[in-house]
Design a protein around this ligand. Structure first.
Ligand SMILES: [Zn+2]
Length: 434
Protein backbone atom coordinates (compact mmCIF):
# COMPACT_ATOMS: atom_id res chain seq x y z
CA UNK A 1 0.00 0.00 0.00
CA UNK A 2 1.20 3.48 -0.78
CA UNK A 3 0.98 5.84 2.16
CA UNK A 4 2.36 9.26 2.98
CA UNK A 5 4.08 9.68 6.34
CA UNK A 6 4.67 13.15 7.71
CA UNK A 7 7.65 13.65 10.00
CA UNK A 8 9.16 16.79 11.49
CA UNK A 9 12.12 18.38 9.75
CA UNK A 10 15.08 19.18 11.95
CA UNK A 11 17.13 21.04 9.36
CA UNK A 12 18.06 24.64 10.06
CA UNK A 13 15.42 27.09 8.85
CA UNK A 14 17.99 28.77 6.61
CA UNK A 15 18.69 25.48 4.84
CA UNK A 16 15.02 24.58 4.24
CA UNK A 17 14.42 28.10 2.97
CA UNK A 18 17.38 27.84 0.59
CA UNK A 19 16.11 24.52 -0.80
CA UNK A 20 12.55 25.67 -1.38
CA UNK A 21 13.78 29.02 -2.65
CA UNK A 22 15.84 27.22 -5.28
CA UNK A 23 12.84 25.11 -6.31
CA UNK A 24 10.81 28.30 -6.54
CA UNK A 25 13.47 29.85 -8.76
CA UNK A 26 13.41 26.87 -11.15
CA UNK A 27 9.60 26.82 -11.20
CA UNK A 28 9.44 30.55 -11.98
CA UNK A 29 12.15 30.37 -14.64
CA UNK A 30 10.24 27.51 -16.30
CA UNK A 31 7.05 29.54 -16.24
CA UNK A 32 8.71 32.62 -17.74
CA UNK A 33 10.47 30.61 -20.43
CA UNK A 34 7.33 28.70 -21.28
CA UNK A 35 5.30 31.84 -21.95
CA UNK A 36 8.21 33.42 -23.84
CA UNK A 37 8.36 30.45 -26.18
CA UNK A 38 4.57 30.49 -26.42
CA UNK A 39 4.63 34.06 -27.69
CA UNK A 40 7.58 33.48 -30.05
CA UNK A 41 6.02 30.38 -31.59
CA UNK A 42 2.93 32.40 -32.54
CA UNK A 43 0.78 31.35 -29.59
CA UNK A 44 1.32 27.65 -30.10
CA UNK A 45 1.31 25.60 -26.92
CA UNK A 46 4.50 23.52 -27.09
CA UNK A 47 4.68 20.22 -25.30
CA UNK A 48 7.13 20.13 -22.37
CA UNK A 49 9.17 17.47 -24.19
CA UNK A 50 9.77 19.72 -27.20
CA UNK A 51 11.63 22.43 -25.41
CA UNK A 52 13.12 20.46 -22.59
CA UNK A 53 16.62 21.49 -23.65
CA UNK A 54 15.69 25.17 -23.93
CA UNK A 55 14.22 25.05 -20.42
CA UNK A 56 17.36 23.47 -19.00
CA UNK A 57 19.41 26.33 -20.38
CA UNK A 58 17.09 29.05 -19.08
CA UNK A 59 16.99 27.80 -15.48
CA UNK A 60 20.78 27.62 -15.25
CA UNK A 61 22.87 25.40 -12.96
CA UNK A 62 21.50 24.43 -9.57
CA UNK A 63 22.59 22.69 -6.38
CA UNK A 64 19.50 20.49 -6.43
CA UNK A 65 19.62 16.86 -7.56
CA UNK A 66 18.91 16.57 -11.31
CA UNK A 67 15.58 14.87 -10.66
CA UNK A 68 14.54 17.40 -7.98
CA UNK A 69 15.29 20.05 -10.60
CA UNK A 70 13.11 18.21 -13.09
CA UNK A 71 10.33 17.83 -10.50
CA UNK A 72 10.12 21.61 -10.01
CA UNK A 73 9.78 22.06 -13.78
CA UNK A 74 7.23 19.28 -14.06
CA UNK A 75 5.13 20.89 -11.32
CA UNK A 76 4.52 23.82 -13.65
CA UNK A 77 3.24 21.50 -16.38
CA UNK A 78 1.14 19.60 -13.83
CA UNK A 79 -0.48 22.91 -12.84
CA UNK A 80 -1.18 23.60 -16.55
CA UNK A 81 -2.82 20.18 -16.85
CA UNK A 82 -5.01 20.79 -13.82
CA UNK A 83 -6.09 24.19 -15.19
CA UNK A 84 -6.92 22.63 -18.56
CA UNK A 85 -9.04 19.94 -16.91
CA UNK A 86 -10.88 22.52 -14.80
CA UNK A 87 -11.48 25.07 -17.58
CA UNK A 88 -14.62 23.55 -19.14
CA UNK A 89 -16.52 23.59 -15.85
CA UNK A 90 -14.90 26.39 -13.89
CA UNK A 91 -14.76 29.84 -15.56
CA UNK A 92 -12.39 31.09 -12.84
CA UNK A 93 -9.71 28.47 -13.58
CA UNK A 94 -6.67 29.93 -15.29
CA UNK A 95 -3.26 28.69 -16.31
CA UNK A 96 -0.49 29.22 -13.75
CA UNK A 97 0.87 32.72 -14.19
CA UNK A 98 2.40 33.69 -10.84
CA UNK A 99 6.09 33.43 -10.16
CA UNK A 100 6.82 31.58 -6.96
CA UNK A 101 9.36 32.71 -4.45
CA UNK A 102 9.21 29.36 -2.64
CA UNK A 103 8.19 25.97 -3.96
CA UNK A 104 8.08 22.53 -2.33
CA UNK A 105 11.27 20.58 -3.11
CA UNK A 106 10.79 16.99 -4.28
CA UNK A 107 13.24 14.10 -4.24
CA UNK A 108 12.38 11.20 -6.51
CA UNK A 109 13.38 7.63 -5.63
CA UNK A 110 16.62 8.09 -7.61
CA UNK A 111 17.78 10.71 -5.12
CA UNK A 112 16.92 8.72 -1.99
CA UNK A 113 19.03 6.07 -0.27
CA UNK A 114 18.62 4.62 3.22
CA UNK A 115 21.71 3.82 5.28
CA UNK A 116 21.48 2.50 8.87
CA UNK A 117 18.12 4.03 9.67
CA UNK A 118 19.06 7.33 8.09
CA UNK A 119 17.76 8.71 4.82
CA UNK A 120 20.23 10.30 2.43
CA UNK A 121 18.78 12.93 0.12
CA UNK A 122 21.10 13.68 -2.78
CA UNK A 123 21.94 17.13 -4.06
CA UNK A 124 23.86 18.02 -7.22
CA UNK A 125 27.36 16.65 -7.68
CA UNK A 126 29.86 18.41 -5.44
CA UNK A 127 27.28 19.29 -2.79
CA UNK A 128 26.99 17.47 0.53
CA UNK A 129 23.80 15.36 0.71
CA UNK A 130 21.12 15.89 3.35
CA UNK A 131 20.78 13.27 6.10
CA UNK A 132 17.44 12.67 7.82
CA UNK A 133 17.16 10.39 10.86
CA UNK A 134 14.10 8.19 10.35
CA UNK A 135 11.64 7.32 13.13
CA UNK A 136 11.61 3.68 14.27
CA UNK A 137 8.68 2.49 12.17
CA UNK A 138 10.33 3.77 8.98
CA UNK A 139 13.94 2.91 9.77
CA UNK A 140 13.38 -0.83 9.24
CA UNK A 141 11.91 -0.43 5.75
CA UNK A 142 14.13 -1.23 2.75
CA UNK A 143 15.46 1.64 0.62
CA UNK A 144 13.21 0.65 -2.29
CA UNK A 145 10.10 1.38 -0.20
CA UNK A 146 10.84 5.12 -0.33
CA UNK A 147 9.17 6.48 -3.45
CA UNK A 148 9.29 10.21 -2.96
CA UNK A 149 10.22 12.79 -0.35
CA UNK A 150 8.98 16.36 -0.23
CA UNK A 151 10.06 19.26 1.93
CA UNK A 152 6.79 21.01 2.80
CA UNK A 153 6.47 24.27 4.69
CA UNK A 154 3.46 24.63 6.95
CA UNK A 155 1.99 28.08 7.48
CA UNK A 156 0.24 26.85 10.62
CA UNK A 157 3.34 25.83 12.52
CA UNK A 158 5.77 28.04 10.59
CA UNK A 159 7.96 24.97 10.30
CA UNK A 160 8.87 22.54 7.57
CA UNK A 161 8.17 18.84 7.55
CA UNK A 162 9.05 15.86 5.39
CA UNK A 163 6.26 14.19 3.44
CA UNK A 164 7.57 10.71 2.72
CA UNK A 165 5.70 8.55 0.21
CA UNK A 166 6.14 4.89 1.07
CA UNK A 167 5.20 1.69 -0.69
CA UNK A 168 5.45 -0.79 2.18
CA UNK A 169 4.92 -3.80 -0.07
CA UNK A 170 2.08 -5.04 2.15
CA UNK A 171 -0.90 -6.21 0.11
CA UNK A 172 -3.95 -5.94 2.37
CA UNK A 173 -5.65 -9.33 2.71
CA UNK A 174 -9.45 -9.30 2.67
CA UNK A 175 -10.73 -9.95 6.16
CA UNK A 176 -12.36 -13.37 6.73
CA UNK A 177 -15.26 -11.73 8.57
CA UNK A 178 -18.51 -11.31 6.69
CA UNK A 179 -20.50 -9.08 9.04
CA UNK A 180 -21.84 -5.69 8.03
CA UNK A 181 -21.44 -2.55 10.09
CA UNK A 182 -23.61 0.43 9.23
CA UNK A 183 -22.32 3.93 9.87
CA UNK A 184 -24.52 7.00 10.08
CA UNK A 185 -22.39 10.09 9.55
CA UNK A 186 -23.71 12.97 11.57
CA UNK A 187 -22.90 16.59 12.11
CA UNK A 188 -22.90 16.38 15.94
CA UNK A 189 -21.81 12.80 16.49
CA UNK A 190 -19.45 12.22 13.57
CA UNK A 191 -20.28 8.52 13.33
CA UNK A 192 -22.85 6.13 14.78
CA UNK A 193 -21.98 2.48 14.17
CA UNK A 194 -24.08 -0.64 14.54
CA UNK A 195 -24.12 -4.23 13.39
CA UNK A 196 -27.56 -5.00 14.83
CA UNK A 197 -26.22 -6.57 18.02
CA UNK A 198 -23.95 -3.77 19.24
CA UNK A 199 -24.10 -0.02 18.84
CA UNK A 200 -21.36 2.56 19.29
CA UNK A 201 -21.64 6.29 18.95
CA UNK A 202 -18.41 8.08 18.21
CA UNK A 203 -18.62 11.48 19.73
CA UNK A 204 -16.43 14.49 19.02
CA UNK A 205 -17.90 17.86 19.92
CA UNK A 206 -14.53 19.47 19.40
CA UNK A 207 -14.85 18.94 15.66
CA UNK A 208 -17.74 21.36 15.30
CA UNK A 209 -16.40 23.72 17.95
CA UNK A 210 -13.18 23.98 15.98
CA UNK A 211 -15.06 25.05 12.83
CA UNK A 212 -17.21 27.51 14.77
CA UNK A 213 -14.14 29.03 16.37
CA UNK A 214 -12.57 29.49 12.95
CA UNK A 215 -15.71 31.09 11.51
CA UNK A 216 -16.06 33.52 14.36
CA UNK A 217 -12.41 34.55 14.43
CA UNK A 218 -12.30 34.83 10.63
CA UNK A 219 -15.33 37.14 10.71
CA UNK A 220 -13.66 39.32 13.37
CA UNK A 221 -10.45 39.53 11.37
CA UNK A 222 -12.37 40.18 8.18
CA UNK A 223 -13.99 43.19 9.74
CA UNK A 224 -10.62 44.59 10.79
CA UNK A 225 -9.12 43.89 7.37
CA UNK A 226 -11.97 45.75 5.67
CA UNK A 227 -11.13 48.87 7.69
CA UNK A 228 -7.47 48.89 6.58
CA UNK A 229 -5.92 50.28 3.46
CA UNK A 230 -5.12 47.31 1.23
CA UNK A 231 -1.37 46.73 1.10
CA UNK A 232 -0.64 48.66 4.28
CA UNK A 233 1.52 47.18 7.04
CA UNK A 234 -1.45 46.49 9.31
CA UNK A 235 -3.43 44.99 6.43
CA UNK A 236 -0.57 42.59 5.69
CA UNK A 237 -0.34 41.58 9.36
CA UNK A 238 -4.06 40.88 9.60
CA UNK A 239 -4.16 38.92 6.35
CA UNK A 240 -1.24 36.83 7.61
CA UNK A 241 -2.99 36.07 10.90
CA UNK A 242 -6.18 35.08 9.05
CA UNK A 243 -4.14 32.69 6.95
CA UNK A 244 -2.43 31.27 10.03
CA UNK A 245 -5.75 30.80 11.84
CA UNK A 246 -7.22 28.90 8.92
CA UNK A 247 -4.17 26.70 8.59
CA UNK A 248 -4.17 25.92 12.32
CA UNK A 249 -7.85 24.95 12.46
CA UNK A 250 -7.39 22.81 9.38
CA UNK A 251 -4.50 20.95 11.04
CA UNK A 252 -6.61 20.35 14.15
CA UNK A 253 -9.55 19.16 12.10
CA UNK A 254 -7.40 16.75 10.12
CA UNK A 255 -6.03 15.30 13.33
CA UNK A 256 -9.54 14.81 14.76
CA UNK A 257 -10.81 13.20 11.56
CA UNK A 258 -7.91 10.76 11.56
CA UNK A 259 -8.74 9.78 15.16
CA UNK A 260 -12.47 9.44 14.42
CA UNK A 261 -11.95 7.35 11.29
CA UNK A 262 -9.44 5.17 13.16
CA UNK A 263 -12.08 4.57 15.85
CA UNK A 264 -14.69 3.66 13.19
CA UNK A 265 -12.38 1.07 11.64
CA UNK A 266 -11.51 -0.33 15.09
CA UNK A 267 -15.21 -0.69 15.83
CA UNK A 268 -15.67 -2.53 12.54
CA UNK A 269 -12.90 -4.93 13.54
CA UNK A 270 -14.44 -5.42 17.01
CA UNK A 271 -17.82 -6.14 15.43
CA UNK A 272 -16.12 -8.58 13.01
CA UNK A 273 -17.38 -6.70 9.98
CA UNK A 274 -16.23 -7.42 6.44
CA UNK A 275 -18.06 -4.40 5.03
CA UNK A 276 -18.67 -0.89 6.32
CA UNK A 277 -21.81 0.70 4.89
CA UNK A 278 -21.97 4.47 5.12
CA UNK A 279 -24.92 6.73 4.46
CA UNK A 280 -24.33 8.95 1.46
CA UNK A 281 -24.98 12.46 2.76
CA UNK A 282 -23.77 14.41 -0.25
CA UNK A 283 -27.30 15.35 -1.26
CA UNK A 284 -28.16 16.95 2.05
CA UNK A 285 -24.78 18.36 2.98
CA UNK A 286 -23.46 19.82 -0.26
CA UNK A 287 -24.61 22.89 -2.20
CA UNK A 288 -26.40 24.34 0.80
CA UNK A 289 -26.38 27.77 -0.80
CA UNK A 290 -28.38 26.75 -3.86
CA UNK A 291 -30.57 24.30 -1.98
CA UNK A 292 -31.84 26.44 0.85
CA UNK A 293 -33.80 23.96 2.93
CA UNK A 294 -32.29 25.15 6.22
CA UNK A 295 -31.87 28.52 7.87
CA UNK A 296 -28.65 30.48 7.62
CA UNK A 297 -27.16 29.28 10.90
CA UNK A 298 -27.77 25.62 10.19
CA UNK A 299 -26.55 25.99 6.63
CA UNK A 300 -23.22 27.19 8.00
CA UNK A 301 -23.07 24.20 10.37
CA UNK A 302 -23.79 21.78 7.57
CA UNK A 303 -21.37 23.29 5.09
CA UNK A 304 -18.61 23.14 7.70
CA UNK A 305 -19.22 19.44 8.21
CA UNK A 306 -16.23 17.59 6.73
CA UNK A 307 -18.17 14.43 5.80
CA UNK A 308 -16.32 13.81 2.54
CA UNK A 309 -12.93 13.90 4.20
CA UNK A 310 -14.13 11.56 6.96
CA UNK A 311 -15.57 9.13 4.41
CA UNK A 312 -12.28 9.18 2.51
CA UNK A 313 -10.26 8.50 5.67
CA UNK A 314 -12.55 5.64 6.74
CA UNK A 315 -12.31 4.15 3.24
CA UNK A 316 -8.53 4.05 3.09
CA UNK A 317 -8.03 2.96 6.71
CA UNK A 318 -10.58 0.16 6.20
CA UNK A 319 -8.90 -0.92 2.96
CA UNK A 320 -5.58 -1.22 4.81
CA UNK A 321 -7.09 -3.90 7.07
CA UNK A 322 -9.02 -5.61 4.27
CA UNK A 323 -12.48 -4.22 5.04
CA UNK A 324 -14.64 -3.10 2.13
CA UNK A 325 -16.69 0.09 2.20
CA UNK A 326 -19.95 0.89 0.46
CA UNK A 327 -22.25 3.88 0.21
CA UNK A 328 -26.00 3.75 0.48
CA UNK A 329 -28.67 6.37 -0.10
CA UNK A 330 -29.53 7.58 3.38
CA UNK A 331 -32.86 9.25 2.54
CA UNK A 332 -35.33 8.97 5.47
CA UNK A 333 -33.00 6.70 7.49
CA UNK A 334 -32.96 9.09 10.43
CA UNK A 335 -36.66 9.97 10.14
CA UNK A 336 -38.29 6.56 9.85
CA UNK A 337 -39.35 4.84 13.07
CA UNK A 338 -37.50 1.51 13.26
CA UNK A 339 -40.49 -0.16 14.98
CA UNK A 340 -43.55 0.93 12.99
CA UNK A 341 -42.10 2.72 9.92
CA UNK A 342 -43.83 6.05 10.62
CA UNK A 343 -41.86 9.12 9.54
CA UNK A 344 -41.16 11.61 12.31
CA UNK A 345 -39.03 14.70 12.51
CA UNK A 346 -36.54 14.10 15.34
CA UNK A 347 -35.88 16.97 17.71
CA UNK A 348 -32.54 17.27 19.43
CA UNK A 349 -30.62 14.05 19.99
CA UNK A 350 -33.70 11.93 20.79
CA UNK A 351 -35.99 10.20 18.41
CA UNK A 352 -39.54 9.67 19.53
CA UNK A 353 -42.31 8.19 17.44
CA UNK A 354 -45.72 9.81 17.52
CA UNK A 355 -47.43 6.62 16.32
CA UNK A 356 -46.00 3.82 18.50
CA UNK A 357 -44.25 5.78 21.23
CA UNK A 358 -40.76 4.41 20.54
CA UNK A 359 -38.00 6.54 22.07
CA UNK A 360 -34.33 6.13 21.21
CA UNK A 361 -31.12 7.83 20.22
CA UNK A 362 -31.52 9.56 16.90
CA UNK A 363 -28.16 8.59 15.42
CA UNK A 364 -28.65 4.99 16.51
CA UNK A 365 -32.00 4.95 14.68
CA UNK A 366 -30.20 6.30 11.60
CA UNK A 367 -27.48 3.66 11.60
CA UNK A 368 -29.96 0.83 12.31
CA UNK A 369 -32.08 1.93 9.35
CA UNK A 370 -29.01 2.04 7.12
CA UNK A 371 -28.20 -1.52 8.20
CA UNK A 372 -31.81 -2.56 7.60
CA UNK A 373 -31.77 -1.02 4.13
CA UNK A 374 -28.53 -2.77 3.27
CA UNK A 375 -29.49 -6.22 4.56
CA UNK A 376 -33.21 -6.34 3.71
CA UNK A 377 -33.60 -3.59 1.12
CA UNK A 378 -36.23 -1.87 3.26
CA UNK A 379 -36.23 0.57 6.17
CA UNK A 380 -37.55 -0.27 9.65
CA UNK A 381 -36.88 -4.02 9.58
CA UNK A 382 -34.46 -4.10 12.51
CA UNK A 383 -34.81 -3.04 16.14
CA UNK A 384 -32.08 -0.65 17.36
CA UNK A 385 -29.81 -1.85 20.17
CA UNK A 386 -30.77 -0.72 23.64
CA UNK A 387 -27.26 -0.44 25.05
CA UNK A 388 -25.18 2.20 23.33
CA UNK A 389 -21.46 2.50 23.88
CA UNK A 390 -20.02 5.99 23.64
CA UNK A 391 -16.54 6.49 22.35
CA UNK A 392 -14.54 9.70 22.53
CA UNK A 393 -11.53 9.38 20.25
CA UNK A 394 -10.49 12.98 20.89
CA UNK A 395 -10.09 13.94 24.53
CA UNK A 396 -10.09 17.55 25.54
CA UNK A 397 -8.89 18.73 28.92
CA UNK A 398 -11.96 20.97 29.33
CA UNK A 399 -14.35 18.06 28.77
CA UNK A 400 -12.73 16.04 31.55
CA UNK A 401 -12.84 19.05 33.89
CA UNK A 402 -16.52 19.75 33.33
CA UNK A 403 -17.38 16.09 33.82
CA UNK A 404 -15.42 16.02 37.08
CA UNK A 405 -17.55 18.88 38.34
CA UNK A 406 -20.66 17.09 37.17
CA UNK A 407 -20.00 13.99 39.28
CA UNK A 408 -18.28 15.68 42.24
CA UNK A 409 -21.30 15.14 44.51
CA UNK A 410 -21.97 11.66 43.22
CA UNK A 411 -18.48 10.43 44.28
CA UNK A 412 -17.95 8.65 41.01
CA UNK A 413 -14.90 8.15 38.90
CA UNK A 414 -14.97 10.92 36.25
CA UNK A 415 -13.79 8.52 33.59
CA UNK A 416 -16.85 6.37 34.17
CA UNK A 417 -18.97 9.27 33.02
CA UNK A 418 -16.93 9.67 29.87
CA UNK A 419 -17.27 6.01 29.02
CA UNK A 420 -20.73 5.44 30.41
CA UNK A 421 -23.47 3.80 28.39
CA UNK A 422 -25.43 7.03 28.19
CA UNK A 423 -24.01 10.36 29.23
CA UNK A 424 -27.44 11.76 30.05
CA UNK A 425 -26.92 14.80 27.84
CA UNK A 426 -29.07 13.52 25.02
CA UNK A 427 -31.77 15.88 23.92
CA UNK A 428 -30.25 18.99 25.41
CA UNK A 429 -29.30 20.66 22.17
CA UNK A 430 -31.19 21.83 19.18
CA UNK A 431 -29.43 20.89 16.00
CA UNK A 432 -30.07 20.69 12.28
CA UNK A 433 -32.09 17.71 11.21
CA UNK A 434 -29.83 15.00 9.83
ZN1 LIG B 1 -43.09 4.12 15.64
Amino acid sequence: MIRVQIIACTLAAAQTRALNRESGRIYSATLVQHYRLFRQAGHVWLSPMKHDRVLKACCGPSFLHAHSYQAAQQDFYEACKTAKALKPTNPLARYPYKRKYYHTTTWKNTGITVVDGRMRLALARGHEPIWVTLPEHLATLPGTAFRQVQLVYSHATKRSCWHITIEDGIVPQPTPHTGIMAVDLGEIHPAACTNGAQATIISCRALRANAQHRNKKTADLQELIARCKPGSRRWKKLVASRKRLQAQTETKQRDMLHKISHAVVQEAQDMQAGTIVMGDVRDVADNTKTNKRLNRENRQKISNWPHGQLRQYVTYKAAAVGIRTALINEAYTSKTCPICGQRNKPKGRNYSCSACGYVGHRDNVGSTNILSKRTTGKLAQLVPCEAIKYRHPVRRASVVRSDKRHVAGASQNPHLVLLSVNDGRAGLEESPRL
